[in-house]
Design a protein around this ligand. Structure first.
Ligand code: NDP
Length: 511
């Protein structure tokens, strides 16, 4: 099932479209590209104009079962493969991703709406860097020696879990593929991954590169499909030992319930409502720029987005004047145009959900300071675009509490540090957070007291494969990236050896 992919829309320089036409759109199971058993397909739409890009095979429960069986079969040999060899394959995959940078960047932008300049400069390089980091780590996964009582040696080893199910959302499909595959494979697990059916193309391209890199058949299986069928089956499959999920809090809950049958391990990276606090002593230019990046990068479709802008009342008006000016100047356009700074949202349903929040804000007495609608520009009318939106609201309003997941920021003012901290910690989420201040003591105190998995000081949204990523509260549990991810993808075994212990018999028996 090789389908023609079309790149529509505005002038698109530096294209390499010939490669796109060869792209595979089937499931990747046991090292082969295959149709779904019942032959169903899913339409993949271009968010910039609503037109069909291609159709992909749609995995259902039966296909997931076949993929899990293939992974199970591949597991013993993969787990026994020397760690340095597993690492070598991951490094080879990183090289192949870099060799295919342009094609992957175009696919990601076409499918998700990411501006091409971000796909080229961030998504693809970060994906390669993540595979490279875990490739380097594969042969450095160590246990420890624990000082126990005299005469005994006690040491730990880290063993792979087995078959791991990974469910990837639509907002950063390429990067999240590496965040999940990298540590799982380095640690010796085998994988069945379900990309979102909305944005599966870059992950299917990664499947091709996995085959080309020489990974053994069955070690990685990619099965795009709907959440309620393919995703649900992965979550409740009795032979899957762990699920790694990124998505909404509600689906995270469903996954925990589905996982209870075989008590599989679950790692959840869920929503967020990141507080980005600007204190009165902050460098305003830097803070304005950082706050814009925090919310408008990828059209705000990021769990770590700085979607609550918490401003000290002394600088709030001055800050907002500059911030609104910057937001107005952001160039919306075709994601494949290198001048575009904000593309469309990824799906029509999601665009409608984001726009509805502008009305919700007003109904609760909030004030829309900018945007809140789709752009009027004729050339954008068929795409799922939303203007940069800035709303001022009260701390308990829905737009200050719920994840909007769009280019939509809620401004809240504060008087003093205590109030800033209460606002920052005043949601059920706890993922990303940021603060802008020149007061060192305050910066570290907030970093300690803020309820979040990540805190950026005088910056926002930094990620690195070595730095653990994850949240607390309704933002989920477990960590991706860094050595923490290896912990999440391994089981610890404690081994006791009697090296010189004279242990009296427990049971004395007569001669
Ligand atoms: P979901 O949580 O429903 O989807 C995320 C992934 O989970 C998709 O691959 C989805 O498949 C799959 N899925 C859905 N239902 C199940 C299930 N029962 N079992 C297993 N997998 C399932 O998020 P939405 O796409 O509906 O987005 C809703 C909101 O979630 C967003 O507005 C945003 O607030 C948040 N979100 C957060 C993300 C993050 O990065 N933390 C990423 C995406 C969304 P399918 O696409 O077929 O439904």
């Amino acid at each position: 099932m090789n389908t023609q992919l079309r790149v529509d829309g505005a002038a698109v320089p530096e294209q390499k479209t010939s490669d796109l036409t060869k792209m595979n759109t089937q499931l990747f199971i046991n090292g082969q590209f295959v149709d779904a058993k019942n032959g169903t397909t899913i339409d993949v739409l271009n968010p910039a104009n609503g037109e069909l890009i291609t159709k992909i095979a749609a995995a259902e429960a039966e296909d997931v079962d076949i993929a899990v069986a293939a992974a199970q079969k591949a597991f013993p040999a993969w787990a026994e493969t020397p760690a340095a060899e597993r690492g070598r394959l991951l490094l080879k995959l990183a090289d192949l991703i870099e060799e295919n940078l342009e094609e992957l960047a175009q696919l990601e932008s076409l499918d998700t709406g990411h501006p091409i300049k971000d796909s080229r400069r961030l998504d693809v390089p970060r994906t390669a860097a993540c595979f490279r980091y875990f490739g380097g780590m594969a042969d450095k996964i160590e246990g420890s020696v624990i000082p126990v009582e005299q005469g005994f040696l006690n040491y730990t080893t880290r063993e792979p879990i087995g078959v791991v199910g990974q469910i990837v959302p639509w907002n950063f499909p390429l990067m999240f593929t590496s965040w999940k595959l990298g540590p799982a494979l380095a640690a010796g697990n085998v994988v069945v991954m379900k990309p979102s059916e909305i944005t599966p193309l870059s992950t299917l391209k990664i499947a091709e590169l996995i085959k080309k890199a020489g990974f053994p058949d069955g070690v990685v299986n990619i099965v795009p499909g709907y959440g309620h069928t393919a995703g649900q089956r992965l979550a409740d499959h009795p032979e899957v030992g762990k699920i790694s999920f990124t998505g909404s809090t509600q689906t995270g809950r469903n996954i925990v319930n589905a996982s209870s049958g075989n008590l599989k391990r679950v790692q959840l990276e869920l929503g967020g409502k990141g507080a980005n606090i600007v204190f009165e002593d902050a460098n305003l230019e830097a803070a304005v720029n950082g706050a814009a990046w925090a919310i408008f990068h990828n059209q705000g479709q990021a769990c770590i987005a700085g979607s609550r802008l918490v401003l000290h009342e002394k600088i709030a008006d001055q800050f907002l004047e500059k911030f609104i000016g910057l937001a107005k100047s952001i160039r919306l356009g075709n994601p494949l145009d290198p001048n575009t700074e904000m593309g469309p949202l990824t799906s029509e349903a999601h665009r409608d959900k984001v726009l509805a929040y502008a009305k919700i804000a007003e109904e609760q007495g909030g004030k829309v300071l900018l945007g809140g609608t789709a752009p009027q520009d004729e050339s954008l009318k068929n795409g799922y675009y939303v203007l940069p939106t800035i709303v001022e609201a009260k701390v308990d309003d829905r737009v200050a509490q719920e994840e909007v997941f769009g280019p939509f920021v809620t401004v809240i003012r504060f008087k003093d540090d205590a109030e800033a901290l209460a606002i920052a910690n005043g949601t059920e989420y706890g993922l990303g957070s940021g603060l802008w201040t020149n007061n060192l003591q305050r910066a570290h105190l907030f970093a300690k007291k803020i309820k979040a998995g990540m805190c950026w000081i005088n910056s926002y949204k930094r990620v690195n494969p070595g730095s653990p990523f994850g949240g607390v509260g309704k933002s989920g549990y477990g960590r991706e990236m860094g050595f923490e991810a290896i912990h999440d993808y391994t089981e610890v075994k404690s081994v006791w050896v009697n090296v010189d212990a004279q242990v009296p018999p427990h049971f004395q028996r007569g001669e």
